[in-house]
Design a binder for this molecule. Structure first.
Ligand code: NI
Length: 170
C-alpha cells in the first residue's frame, strides 16, 4: 500500500469531474487500498479519488471512532435526501480549516463496494454528511464553495501562504 499525495485547495485539478468506474478490478482495488492508507495516515474520515489526482468515481470513508469500519463507495449516487443538518466540516484538501455547512440530514444512496457488488443503504448524521461531501469532490466541488466568497478568499490566501512556507522549508 502506498500513501498518495493529496491535492490542496486552490489546486485547479480538484475542480475536474471524475468518470464512472466501468469495472472494479485489481487496479481499482489497489487504488482503494492506497486511498485508505492515505486517509488513515492523515486522520481523515473520508477521501475521494479526485483528491489524489485520479479521476475515477471512488470514495473511501471511515467515520467510526476507532477507524476500523472502512466503507468503499464506487460510483456512489444519492437517491433521496431528507431534512437538514448543519455540521462543522473539514477536508484533507483544505488543511487546518473547519467551517459550518448545511446539508441533508438523511440520505438514501446506491454504490458498489470493493467486490463490485451494488448496494443501497440509508445514512444519517456524520456518515450522511461525509458521503455528500465526498460525492461533491467527484463533481469537482469543495465544501468551501458553500461559504461566502469573502471567507473562501481568506481561506485561499491562508493556504497559499502555508504552501509557500512549506516550499521554503524544502
Ligand atoms: Ni474533502
Amino acid at each position: 500500500m502506498a500513501v498518495l499525495k493529496i491535492l490542496h485547495f486552490p489546486d485547479p485539478r480538484l475542480r475536474r469531474r471524475a468518470t464512472p468506474v466501468v469495472q472494479v478490478d485489481d487496479e481499482i482495488r489497489r487504488l482503494i487500498d492506497d486511498m485508505f492508507a492515505t486517509m488513515y495516515q492523515s486522520d481523515g474520515v473520508g477521501l475521494a479519488a479526485t483528491q489524489v489526482n485520479v479521476l475515477k468515481r471512488v470514495v473511501v470513508i471511515d467515520v467510526s471512532p476507532d477507524a476500523n469500519q472502512p466503507l468503499v463507495l464506487v460510483n456512489p449516487q444519492i437517491l433521496t435526501r431528507q431534512g437538514e443538518a448543519v455540521m462543522s466540516e473539514g477536508c484533507l484538501s483544505v488543511p487546518g480549516v473547519r467551517e459550518k455547512v448545511t446539508r441533508a440530514e438523511t440520505i438514501r444512496f446506491r454504490a458498489s463496494g470493493r467486490d463490485g457488488e451494488s448496494f443501497e443503504q440509508e445514512a444519517s448524521g456524520l456518515l450522511a454528511v461525509c458521503i455528500q461531501h465526498e460525492i461533491d469532490h467527484l463533481d469537482g466541488k469543495l465544501f468551501v464553495d458553500y461559504l461566502s466568497g469573502l471567507k473562501r478568499q481568506r481561506i485561499r490566501k491562508q493556504l497559499e501562504k502555508q504552501a509557500g512556507s512549506n516550499l521554503n522549508r524544502g
